[in-house]
Design a protein around this ligand. Structure first.
Ligand SMILES: C[S@@+](CC[C@H](N)C(=O)[O-])C[C@H]1O[C@@H](n2cnc3c(N)ncnc32)[C@H](O)[C@@H]1O
Length: 337
């Protein structure tokens, strides 16, 4: 990124002109006073993050994996349902705060037949490279930190903090929750998704991703109590749920779906050299089966979500699917009217 630019080679004023022309709805929601605040801008522009590129971490690999926006659709669809307020009046506008290059927006756009078609997703992200790619996909997108959103008060129906909330430093998480509540209208919802500290996912990040990815993964996850506590003092009512949020890849043979799943996980988590060092993809799959085994974790939940408890490859009507379970904890906060 050129020094001091808002997006790679794009200063803030030019970004604002582009959004006014191409995404007038998002433009109308931007708080330009906040966006132009020297403190907000300098905090945003001083950051390099691991999702910018493979030189800074795993940005290019991560975006390569997300070219298939449907791998996490089961969980994303459930989060979007939880985010949709009980009283929707027309189209529902959802801010995806940690939206990357618009994975959820692209999946929604590709599901014109589903109820998700009534949703408009605005993609936010702290990484200029991620936001530039989302805009290149034709999506309304804004570069902003979760802790200092650039949107107006009460302007969206819901805000999603998902698929990476653990990247926000623990001390900043209450601020991110407060910002999400600020931009959501009364009666709107904030959905906060991450993994339980005691879940197999947290162990996978600690034991596999941290030692084997170039940027490491030294980010504490959440407990149920912490999730609810982040909303303390805010005008919301909160409940915390367990949500089945698997990775699913479909194809025409068992080997194809297994190999594509190994590839997806290698890119998504930046652990290609670790998985490639296994004897072959069959051995890599066996290893993933061990790490993503949720049987013990699920047996400790009072009402566990349904779904396979460990990775499986299934065949149905000649189509194969590799399914890797993940179970997330999700806080749903509804803003008082
Ligand atoms: C694991 S990725 C998920 C991206 C996208 N939601 C997806 O599922 O493909 C996490 C994203 O959070 C972004 N991020 C990390 N810290 C952030 C913060 N404080 N504010 C906004 N975005 C942040 C990263 O730049 C990255 O794109």
């Amino acid at each position: 990124m050129s020094e001091g630019s808002y997006l790679p080679s794009v200063p803030l004023d030019e970004y604002v002109r582009i959004v006014a022309a191409q995404h007038p709805q998002l433009h109308g929601l931007l708080d330009l006073v906040r966006a132009r605040s020297a403190d907000t801008l300098s905090a945003l522009l001083s950051l390099t993050n691991e999702f910018d590129s493979d030189d800074t971490g795993r940005g290019d690999s991560y975006r390569r994996a997300q070219q298939d926006a449907f791998v996490r659709w089961t969980g994303a669809h459930r989060l979007l349902s939880l985010a949709t307020p009980a009283d929707p009046a027309g189209d529902v506008v959802i801010l995806d705060v940690l939206g990357g290059d618009g994975t959820i927006a692209r999946a929604v756009g590709g599901r014109a037949d589903s109820s998700a078609a009534k949703l408009t997703i605005l993609t936010g992200d702290i990484s200029g490279e991620m936001v530039a790619q989302a805009l290149a996909y034709g999506l309304p997108a804004v570069r902003q930190a979760a802790e200092a959103l650039l949107l107006r008060d009460d302007c969206v129906d819901a805000a999603l903090l998902a698929y990476g909330t653990h990247h926000i430093a623990p001390a900043d998480r209450p601020r991110a929750a407060a910002e999400a509540v600020r931009v959501v209208r009364p009666g709107g919802r904030v959905v906060l998704h991450d993994f339980d500290e005691s879940s197999p996912m947290a162990r996978f990040f600690t034991d596999v991703v941290h030692p084997n990815s170039s940027a490491g993964h030294d980010y504490p996850h959440f407990t149920r109590a912490e999730m609810a506590d982040h909303f303390d003092g805010l005008p919301v009512s909160v409940q915390v749920l367990d949500v089945y949020d698997p990775l699913v890849i479909r194809g025409s043979t068992a080997e194809e779906v297994r190999d594509r799943m190994c590839d997806y996980i290698a890119d998504m988590y930046g652990i290609r050299s670790y998985l490639s060092a296994q004897r072959n993809n069959s051995a890599a799959w066996d290893l993933l089966t061990e790490f993503f085994d949720h049987s013990e974790y699920l047996s400790g939940l009072s009402s566990p979500p349904t779904g396979p408890v460990r990775p499986v490859i299934r065949e149905h009507d000649g189509e194969f699917a590799a399914e890797v379970p993940r179970v997330a904890i999700v806080a749903v906060a509804e803003k008082a009217v």
